[in-house]
Design a protein. Sequence first.
Length: 329
Amino acid sequence: MECVLADPSLVCGGPRRITVLDAANGEQRWRTEPGGAGGGPASVAAVIGTTVYAFQDGALVALGLDDGARKWREPLPEGTRVTDSVESDGVLYYATRATGTGAARIIAHRLTGSHTGVWDKPWSEGATTAQLALADGRLVAVGAGITVLKSTDGTPPADVAAADDITCRNPVLKGRNLLCSGPDGLTVVDVTDPGSHRSYAPGVDIAYRPTVSRDGTIVISDKKQVYALGLFDGRLVWSTTEASEGLETEGAPVLAGDRVVLVAGYGTDALDLKPPDTGKVESVGVKQYTGWPAPPGDPLDPATVSLIAQGDVLFMGFADGTVLSGNAP
């Protein structure tokens, strides 16, 4: 279950419907009726002011944050599924793929005010899924290749060509730097010149989405180690000891205060972002939470848990619909 924090609410998209919880106590405030079985999963696109914008049952819908009342509903073309979306300044950018033909498009739609279309462009992309990122007026679409578009009109900037020879899973955009995870380390692509890129952490099969601190420290992880690197020079700041207890089952890193937090099979683990000068950092130990939906002896796959950090508070959404919160370790 993927969730978005819109203090004081937690807005979650489940398999077929949207649920809003009170972030302070976890009590359900409202939930939509389940969408049709063939309508695809429900997902939260954005929360702006007192409105939740979501994809549910083959449509883009606007719902009141307080009570779930529908404000408007705009159906997607029949047979179209949304593969990813990102919002900025009241405009939602989303990528679609049509069943049957496989045709892909990238669409910009204003959510506020007139809630009308801004632009709609075909996208020559062969991958079945797409991931979008946006920063500094540049919309980056990642599939089998990397495409950079101007967010204002969907056209490629002059002299910026698509990059088709870079593996880019779990992309993260930090300014002009696109972080692309791969089976042989991290590639940092300059989106103003995709042909210009840097390679970090060779030999590391990065399993999860990286995270970047405000001071430019990248945290990456495979399924046995966690690494911190300098964004601009790739310098190794620290790494955990290989195959430390439990690390082979840990998930995507997030930042909570001055620590890196990861989901483990039975709870959360944490590492200091700035450890002692030894260059090695040790786990503080797995913290367990009441209601954790993992039966004894059968830990959860951390990749199935959605983790949000807000200061020192964690919110965790699980595939079975459970949502928990607690203090970071």
